[in-house]
Design a protein around this ligand. Structure first.
Ligand code: SAH
Length: 231
């Protein structure tokens, strides 16, 4: 089975490439895709570049061109919930686009006709994540993740997103990956380690913790892959 592992930035997939060791690099549609044999699985690994458009392209390519049958996303996010601190892990139960707005026509935020405000992630992968968390003795919080083409470094915007979508964390790729995988019937899993609190210090916190948080998330996702390899 082919499993995709995706991040948005090089830092998010570097620890994964390091773990798999040898891989074949293919350039496609402006990105590099790294294919590896790992414990009997075919892995295809890529970072998309930041934001909803690039992540849509990469997720669709991973599924349609490389034939991924499951997709695991590993990366960092800003916390909305005060329970989430830098380095903590959150798995998305459902995702929404916080910057999608045709409310002028009476629709709710995050909604367009024939779409849905929330896309739910795969329950089986999420419950596998709980097994992994237990074995790692690592706390794992689940919650709603809100996605938009905006680095949020503003308390008011963050609170608005939290209140409007019931979101616990925010980032810039999860919901677009979710839309692609949902449309293509590819079970997906979105994991984020907190890098900042989406407040006025967010950019400094992000720069300081990107690498360590990305490593936390990647290590967890690789344990998920190990579990999938055992099945
Ligand atoms: N420092 C980078 C830009 C990072 S953008 C540069 O200069 O090139 C932030 C990235 O981390 C996105 O991929 C997003 O998914 C995630 N992220 C972490 N904290 C975030 C926040 N507060 N708001 C939005 N995205 C955040």
């Amino acid at each position: 089975m082919t499993i995709a592992i995706m991040g948005a930035m090089p830092e998010e997939i570097a620890p994964i490439l390091e773990k798999v060791g040898e891989y074949k690099t293919t350039s496609y549609a402006g990105n590099n895709y790294y294919e590896a044999q790992y414990k009997g699985l075919n892995l295809v690994i890529a970072y998309s570049k930041i934001g909803k458009v690039f992540s849509t392209l990469t997720a669709a390519t991973l599924c349609e061109h490389f034939g991924a049958k499951k997709l695991l996303f590993s990366g960092v996010a800003g916390a909305i919930s005060s329970d989430l601190k830098v380095g903590d892990l959150i798995v998305a139960t459902k995702l929404a686009q916080h910057d999608l707005d045709i409310t002028a026509f009476g629709h709710p935020f995050g909604y367009v006709p024939e779409g849905a405000v929330f896309v739910e992630s795969d329950k089986e992968l999420n419950s596998l994540a709980y097994e992994v968390a237990k074995e790692m003795q690592k706390p794992l919080q689940e919650g709603v993740i809100a996605t938009g083409d905006q680095f949020v470094a503003d308390e008011a915007r963050k609170n608005w997103i939290g209140n409007t979508f019931g979101a616990d964390a925010l980032e810039m790729e999860g919901a677009s990956v979710a839309v692609v995988c949902d449309a293509l019937n590819v079970p997906f899993f979105i994991l984020r380690a907190i890098s900042d609190a989406a407040d006025m210090d967010a950019s400094f916190s992000f720069d300081e913790f990107l690498e360590t948080s990305a490593v936390q998330s990647a290590a967890f996702v690789m344990n998920m892959v190990d579990k999938l390899a055992q099945k």
